[in-house]
Write a protein that binds this ligand. Sequence first.
Ligand SMILES: [Zn+2]
Length: 132
Amino acid sequence: MYECPVCAQDPMSHSLKQVHPGVFYTKPAEATKYWDKDGIIEHYDGVLGAHEGAWKWIFDAEGFSAKHMFEVDVTIGIARLITQKYSMNLQEIQIVNPSWVVTMTLHIVRPFLSKRVLDLIHVQQVLKETLI
Ligand SMILES: [Zn+2]
């Protein structure tokens, strides 16, 4: 079991946790250190590295705002890490509570995601229609 040293001090720092076996949940709006690229990458690498087998990622975009979008290095870093190291057993990325900021962020990180990872992204349908 991995324990992030930063989150050991403040559990809300990075926001990636396993909520069910093989189901990981992140809500950037709850992460107090959403700008901490190195710490976040280390946290993701540690948490995902401790897991074996299939996994699914729920990305809760409630409260995801421009200040998160502007931390584009963080998003690209996560996209690279998952694509290069953890996409083999990844089964789905579910984006819930999306907004236009999420749509823009997806456009920005698209070049850093493999086709396989892109195909796994599902944006919550009900709200997706309100984006168009
Ligand atoms: Zn952490």
